[in-house]
Unconditional design. Structure first.
Length: 350
């Protein structure tokens, strides 16, 4: 089923991709409860750690991983939107070090506004991603919705001795990032009609790449923590790692790979609204930044890379795997974790 003429999906949504996420500060208010959670000895990772997915001990040393993620269109192409949303949702399983087993689709569609053929293309994109990693798209749920919304609920499996969390990093660990950042700026530039021809497709291609290397990274004992970088930006997800691990971080911004030269777009104010919300939520815990650094490091990512804490002893093993998996350009650490000193910023930017 093909569309008779192109549809610009982004014109039907007020947000885009993981930039739709509710800010960390507001989310904390929503999730806060005076009611104690029911104790469950089998729930190894729940909501309290702000991790990427829930993990349930099913016995025999195995854990079931459960996660969901969905958002409004970040690209106009319906097929690519389906691929991006699916890669993004599946990434949460990889960020825990697990292997995906199956996915369930979540679809909201304005059936009186946007052709249903476009929704079909979204589903086809999701099927392609699921087929790529060999899991079934096993069902789902759909509603008539004012704006297009799509995502997946994903189930995965993990050998619990290889489970990676975002709050278990140790002092002295080196920080690695497996994808460039800046897709929020590029997609905003595209919506504003100022995207340069040489940058067309860069953001989408980056977002459609799977973080499947996470399942292999989990086998390395020297990786003490792992998470993926999405809507809270690099600084937001690093902040969660630091707070959970009771550490601080020093980041060398010159070592961070960017999806493209972003200077002109930043000068033209192609800054997603999520960037401002992110900074308002955690800026008080970050050391001094230039406006350019703020625009880049708080930029909401959709289907971003894995942020990994690696002991110095495991550095060579991780970098060897990066080279084998086609990630050689990311073998240089972007920062380091250290003991947090009272009164100092949680994250310092060089």
């Amino acid at each position: 089923m093909k569309l008779m003429e192109p549809i610009r999906l982004t014109q039907y949504s007020h947000g885009a991709g993981c930039g739709c996420k509710i800010s960390p500060k507001i989310l904390d208010t929503i999730l806060h409860s005076a009611k104690p959670s029911l104790p469950n000895k089998n729930l190894i990772v729940g909501n309290e750690s702000k991790d990427d997915a829930a993990v349930y001990d099913i016995g025999g040393g195995r854990g079931l991983i459960s996660t969901t993620d969905f958002f409004m269109p970040i690209v106009d192409d319906a097929f690519k939107f389906g691929k991006i949303a699916s890669a993004n949702a599946i990434s949460d399983v990889y960020a825990m070090g697990g292997t995906p087993l199956m996915a369930i689709a979540i679809l909201g569609w304005p059936i009186n506004t946007v052709p249903i053929e476009a929704a079909h293309q979204v589903m086809e994109g999701a099927r392609e991603i699921c087929n790529e990693i060999g899991i079934p798209l096993a069902g789902g749920h759909s509603i008539d919705c004012p704006e297009p919304v799509f995502g997946l609920a994903v189930t995965g499996m993990i050998d619990l001795k290889y489970l990676k969390r975002n709050d278990t990093a140790t002092e002295g660990c080196l920080l690695y990032l497996t994808k460039p950042i800046g897709v929020g700026i590029l997609t905003t530039a595209e919506k504003k009609g100022i995207l340069k021809k040489e940058h067309e497709g860069l953001a989408a291609n980056n977002m459609m790449k799977l973080n499947s290397v996470g399942a292999k990274l989990s086998l390395i004992n020297g990786i003490t923590a792992m998470t993926d970088v999405t809507g809270f930006g690099l600084l937001g997800h690093l902040k969660e790692m630091c707070e959970g691990s009771k550490l601080s971080a020093t980041v060398n911004s010159e070592k961070i790979k960017l999806v493209a030269d972003l200077n002109d777009y930043i000068a033209q104010k192609a800054i997603p609204g999520g960037t401002v919300r992110n900074w308002d939520s955690y800026g008080d815990k970050i050391g001094p930044l230039t406006e350019k650094q703020k625009a880049i490091l708080c930029d909401p990512q959709t289907s971003g890379g894995l942020l990994i804490a690696v002991t110095p002893e495991a550095k060579n093993e991780v970098e060897t795997l990066f080279k084998k998996e086609g990630l050689a350009e990311y073998i240089e650490p972007i920062g380091v974790l250290q003991k947090h000193k009272t009164g100092e910023p949680l994250i310092t930017i060089l």
